[in-house]
Ligand binder design. Structure first.
Ligand SMILES: [Zn+2]
Length: 346
């Protein structure tokens, strides 16, 4: 072994551990939790990268170490940044939970990664495989890239982004069971927009036909974006009708609940969803409405609002082409409940 190089590696890993966990400590103090979306994803990446560096330095894995590093950060900066001290417990438990979860998935994921390398026919890890590592084993893309780089390989990032988009709803569904509470962004506005997405999906099928399938979904705090299979531009009448159907469903204040079933059960009750082998044995089906008045039935990980009336007014902002045979809609909701109640199991 080259001593020079391993010293350099040690320094690099040590710096990664301290820098990343320092940043993570501050981010958690700001109220962010590790998750697979937005800032939560950045946070998760920082923590997981630090954990991986610690493993590479040969750290024993029987107990968690990230909370101790955070304690040191709080010790050092707490008198200036007083919120660090106020959030000490939150920081501790968020890091501990994330580290424990990652420990479990890392082991399995590394096995999977090695297997994948043995099957490689080029110097490139394809996007679908990278996404599988992310979706199933919680490997951030950065981690896969780095592991690949260590072996002189690269990762098809465009392919990853594509797979990510196509399975965004899906990964929420599957992974929410794997990382308890980690994935979904549960703020009220995104929950409202998420339920509105289901209403939109159902309304499009009612207006345009059963050939409409979800091709992608992306929700930020400001808007929803929904891609679906359809060949032509929507007419102004169709747009009006879709918007009206969604708003009628909101005004009807329909209850929303979910039940757990298997893929076959979901199919036979007519639930829509991106049927895929990545679904686990159990899936959640969210139902909007009840009895004869069911508006939508869709496989999804949630969360959703408890009643459609909480969503507020739905406005279709834009309808455009996304790619061949796929249209894209952007829409907003306004004036709904400030704090929503979340739909529960029926
Ligand atoms: Zn959904």
């Amino acid at each position: 072994m080259n001593f020079q190089r391993s010293t350099k590696d040690t320094e690099r890993h040590t710096r990664i551990i301290t820098d990343h966990l320092k940043a993570a400590t501050f981010i958690i103090a700001d109220g962010i939790k590790p998750s697979n979306v937005d800032q939560g994803y950045v946070l998760r990446r920082l923590i997981r990268r630090a954990i991986r560096s610690a493993r590479q330095l040969g750290l024993e894995v029987d107990q968690t170490f990230t909370p101790q590093i955070a304690e040191a950060v709080i010790e050092q900066y707490g008198h200036v940044y007083t919120n660090l001290k106020e959030k000490q417990e939150t920081i501790h438990s968020a890091l501990e939970t994330e580290e424990q979860q990652f420990g479990k998935t890392l082991k399995e994921g590394l096995k999977q990664f090695e297997k994948l390398l043995n099957e490689l026919t080029s110097k490139r890890v394809n996007g679908t495989d990278a996404f599988h590592l992310y979706d199933t084993y919680g490997f951030p893309l950065e981690l896969t890239k780095e592991m690949a780089a260590e072996r002189g390989l690269n990762v098809d990032e465009k392919g990853f982004a594509k797979a990510f988009e196509a399975h965004q709803e899906l990964s929420r569904a599957g992974a929410s069971q794997r990382f308890s509470g980690g994935l979904a962004d549960r703020s009220s506005q995104t929950t409202k927009l998420h339920t509105a997405t289901h209403l939109l999906n159902a309304a499009l099928r009612k207006v345009l036909g059963d050939h409409v399938y979800q091709k992608g979904s992306n929700i930020t705090a400001d808007r929803l974006r929904f891609d679906f299979s359809h060949d032509e531009k929507l007419t102004p009448e169709q747009k009006d009708e879709v918007e009206k159907l969604v708003n009628d469903a909101i005004e009807a204040d329909l209850p929303i609940s979910y039940h757990v079933t298997d893929v076959q059960g979901a199919k036979s009750e007519g639930a829509i969803g991106v049927f895929d082998e990545r679904y686990g044995d159990e899936v959640k089906v969210y139902v909007v409405g009840e009895g004869a008045n069911v508006f939508s039935r869709e496989i999804c990980g949630g969360p959703h609002v408890a009643r459609t009336g909480m969503i507020g007014k739905f406005t279709l902002k834009k309808e455009e082409s996304s790619s061949a045979g796929v249209r894209r809609i952007k829409a907003i909701v306004e004036g709904g409940a400030e704090e929503v109640e979340v739909a529960g199991e029926e």
